[in-house]
Design a protein around this ligand. Structure first.
Ligand code: 5AD
Ligand code: SF4
Length: 479
């Protein structure tokens, strides 16, 4: 086991010392400007990135920055970027380009880019050459060194590019959580799977797991602050603990999280179909607190494509795992990820994916157009299909899936579910919104005193993406 995996107390302390030094600078700013230094953080991509941004915000807050929601009013802007698809990268370039004027107006302002996209050399080089308004660039491996890097920017006023660093686990960094009721907890980082289309193993490094006692300590502390729902995060949570110096596997960790008082619901993502174990399915079925939903990305419904993707399972093996899970948990909600237009995908191969959707009947499908990622194995494959062909397939898949989702949701009509109320509906101030344990969004007339509570709701109307309902009271039962 690599002892350098866990940062030493001294390394963490060094960063905490930089936070103190930053505080002195931000206090100086506040005295001279009559207001605190304002920071704006924008996050792209997955929940793992959101969770990293919570750490970044934690460090900024501790260093005396005021965290604000409006980009233009900020003294410091940070984009935590995603590299999984080209779209997300183009948005970042667009935003950074548009901030040239903002930076020129006042060179004291600070523009920072970090995250997965920056961990790619060709991108960092492009920023270095063409986007001079950017002050600081750092990759995923240097996240814990943010206080030190920011201090250099503020004290030396020179550009800093920090793209090195190894695969580490940094515990006990400050954190600012966005929502109280629900929280994400990273249990592992990195990925060893090298699916042929995916850039993640290149930008997030090798798989490494946090120690179970650290994870449980974090969940206990969240429960103490009112969190009721935990989502355990990792690129492939089913291989939690492999290659580590402790014994616990994911099924055991999940059980231990369920034992924590105050936590009412536990979710997890993402799982790789090749690693999902019978033991995990048993724990899911047995533990009341584990939500009855499983996100299991299949990516494609054709064996040749799956092999070209280096997914290491066949359609038949995938179906067998899903069927086993459904046998154990008849009301299990299922979701998946699909990539449309993988290089060389034929019409027939695409039809196989539709067949799989019809057969499994997923509640939710997250579909993506294939995006060529530099450095990945698939980027070298011939890709004869036009964008139009891929786009048509994509739209067809949405159509098929929307029908399935609506039908599955209609089966909820007339039944009563416990809904964990999250807040007021964004579209109707008289409605509250929450979720069933199968992750269905439910809107129903109610009031704010219900937030954070489980309310029994009878479903009155199903839509493709959500359900409408009404509060179920005991007196209804006697009507
Ligand atoms: N192009 C399109 N989608 C991708 N994903 C990962 N890499 C790519 C890519 N190059 C999708 C996969 C994965 C999800 C998080 O993003 O479906 O499960
Ligand atoms: Fe990417 Fe595959 Fe790892 Fe998921 S399992 S992060 S798709 S390489």
């Amino acid at each position: 086991m690599n002892q350098n995996l866990y940062l030493s107390q001294e390394q963490i302390q060094l960063q905490m010392d930089y936070i103190d030094k930053l505080s002195a600078l931000t206090q100086g700013f506040e005295r001279s400007h009559g207001r605190p230094m304002a920071a704006y953080v924008e996050t792209y991509g997955c929940q793992q990135n959101e969770n990293d941004s919570e750490r970044i915000c934690g460090m900024l807050h501790k260093a005396g920055f005021e965290l604000i929601e409006e980009r233009k009013a900020a003294d410091l802007i940070l984009f935590n970027t995603c590299a999984v698809r080209e779209n997300a990268e183009l948005k970042v370039f667009g935003n950074v380009g548009a901030l040239k004027h903002w930076k020129n107006e006042n060179p004291e302002r600070i523009l920072i880019l970090c995250g997965c996209m920056m961990q790619q050399e060709h991108i960092a080089e492009q920023i270095r050459q063409k986007y001079k308004q950017v002050d600081l660039v750092f990759g995923t491996h240097a996240l814990y060194r943010f206080p030190e890097l920011l201090f250099r920017i503020l004290s030396e006023r020179s550009r800093v590019f920090e793209l090195g660093g190894g695969d580490v686990i940094a515990e006990d960094l400050p954190i600012v959580r966005k929502a109280g009721l629900q929280a994400w907890v990273s249990i592992m980082y990195g990925c060893n799977n090298f699916c042929s289309y995916c850039v993640v193993p290149y930008v997030r490094g090798r798989e490494r797991s946090r120690r179970p006692e650290k994870i449980l300590e974090e969940v206990r502390s969240l429960a103490g602050h009112g969190t009721k729902e935990i989502t355990l995060l990792g690129q492939n949570v089913n291989s939690y603990g492999s290659g580590s110096d402790f014994e616990e596997n994911f099924a055991q960790l999940l059980t231990a999280v369920c034992r924590i008082d105050g936590i009412e619901r536990v979710r997890f993502m993402t799982s790789h179909p090749k690693d999902i174990s019978d033991e995990l399915i048993e724990v899911m079925a047995r533990e009341k607190k584990v939500c009855k939903m499983l996100h299991l990305p299949v990516q494609a419904g054709n064996n040749r494509i799956l092999q070209a993707m280096n997914r290491k399972y066949t359609v038949e093996e995938y179906l067998a795992k899903m069927e086993k899970a459904r046998r154990e948990m008849p009301h299990l909600a299922l979701s998946t990820d699909i990539i449309v237009g993988f290089p060389g995908e034929t019409d027939e191969e695409f039809e196989d994916t539709l067949k799989l959707l019809r057969r499994v009947q997923f509640d939710n499908v997250y579909s993506f157009l294939y995006s060529k990622r530099e450095g990945t194995a698939a980027s070298k494959l011939p890709d004869p299909n036009s964008h139009e062909v891929k786009q048509k397939r994509f739209e067809r898949l949405l159509e098929v899936q929307n029908e399935i989702a609506l039908e599955l949701n209609q089966a909820y009509e007339g039944k009563i579910y416990d809904v964990l109320v999250e807040g007021v509906s964004k579209t109707n101030p008289d409605c509250m919104t929450g979720r069933t344990d199968t992750n269905k969004i439910v809107n129903f007339p109610g009031n704010e005193s219900m937030v954070g509570r489980f309310i029994p709701v009878r479903i009155t109307k199903a839509h493709t993406w959500s359900l409408n309902g009404e509060i179920w009271r005991i007196e209804h039962a006697n009507e």
